[in-house]
Design a protein around this ligand. Structure first.
Ligand SMILES: [Zn+2]
Length: 313
């Protein structure tokens, strides 16, 4: 029974007001049964977009459309799953230790309140970024045309929040639900790619849902988001990105579950070559594996479309 969290009990035990206090959200004004102020989630300019109802123990932001109960609030603030939010609330407010609520008879818990998530899964986001510019000069520079950018939802985000001023790249799970946005810096600021702290890269293969939907038995595996976009644009949409140069166990299972043949197209540097060899060793005998040598010092997104077609075709 490990892994069960009684969400209803956490919601009942912790008030939204207490959670807002925990975060020391500044400048909230009381207005009837509401607290009104600047949204601590997207941190916008308006000082009245965020409303917390004390009677309903729920919140809503008119600007970023975040809404929900204490669990949703903590999940949005921490960029974590609902389950992780519940565990954090339990810890912060010294609720029953993990294990205690597990022992409760199941019938005492309302249906739907008892939710089980697989350890380590990335939860779908409860918001989407809007107003993304798909024809930003940076994309043009990286050889990403408008159609590809639109299809992947990639572009420059000028809106409020942590990803402001970055190129945002939605990362979906195998079902196509967005579980994170990667935000690439354009001005050399660090980190180069901003990701939610709780995001588990090793659980996802970037672009898996689109690659699998092509029905191709072959999959091309690259390292980065832009490599993936570039290979897709070269007319080879059965491509996924590792978001690194190593293959996790979850990624390996996802690959073997959806495809019969793997073509490795990692970067032409030491990390790419070493990673590629390790993956060949892992997958040999389990599926057909081919390794494509990208020229020294190059990465797939720097190659011409013709060169990619020639290398992989
Ligand atoms: Zn907001």
């Amino acid at each position: 029974m490990r892994g069960w969290v009684d969400f209803g009990a956490v919601k009942q035990a912790v008030s939204l007001e207490a959670v807002l206090r925990h975060y020391q959200v500044p400048g909230l004004r009381k207005h009837h049964h509401q607290l009104v102020g600047r949204c601590p989630i997207h941190r916008g300019q308006r000082d009245d977009s965020f409303r917390a109802s004390l009677s309903k123990n729920a919140f809503h932001c008119f600007a970023c459309q975040a809404s929900g109960n204490v669990l949703n609030f903590v999940a949005a603030m921490e960029k974590c799953s609902i389950r992780q939010a519940a565990l954090r609330l339990r810890r912060w407010f010294s609720l029953s230790a993990p294990g205690e609520s597990v022992a409760r008879p199941r019938r005492s818990v309302r249906k739907g309140e008892l939710v089980r998530e697989k350890e380590g899964c990335n939860s779908p986001l409860r918001f989407v970024l809007t107003g993304i510019d798909h024809v930003h000069p940076y994309l043009v520079e990286r050889g990403i045309d408008r159609a590809t950018a639109v299809e992947f939802g990639v572009g420059f985000y000028a809106g409020p929040g942590l990803l402001s001023g970055r190129i945002v790249i939605p990362i979906a799970n195998a079902r196509g639900q967005i579980v994170a946005y990667a935000g690439r810096a354009l001005d050399g600021s660090l980190p180069k790619y901003k990701l939610p702290v709780s995001f588990r890269k090793a659980r996802e293969l970037f672009n898996l849902h689109r690659a699998a939907a092509t029905g191709s038995k072959t999959v091309i595996v690259v390292e980065g988001y832009f490599d993936c976009l570039r290979v897709h644009r070269a007319g080879l949409p059965w491509v996924v990105a590792l978001m690194g140069s190593s293959l996790s166990a979850a990624q390996e299972n996802a690959l073997l579950g959806a495809f019969d043949r793997v073509v490795l197209l990692l970067d032409g540097d030491a990390a790419g070559r070493t990673g590629s060899q390790a993956i060949v060793a892992r997958l040999s005998g389990r599926c057909l594996v081919a390794e494509v040598q990208v020229p020294d010092g190059a990465q797939p997104d720097q190659l011409s479309l013709v060169a990619i077609q020639h290398l992989v075709g």
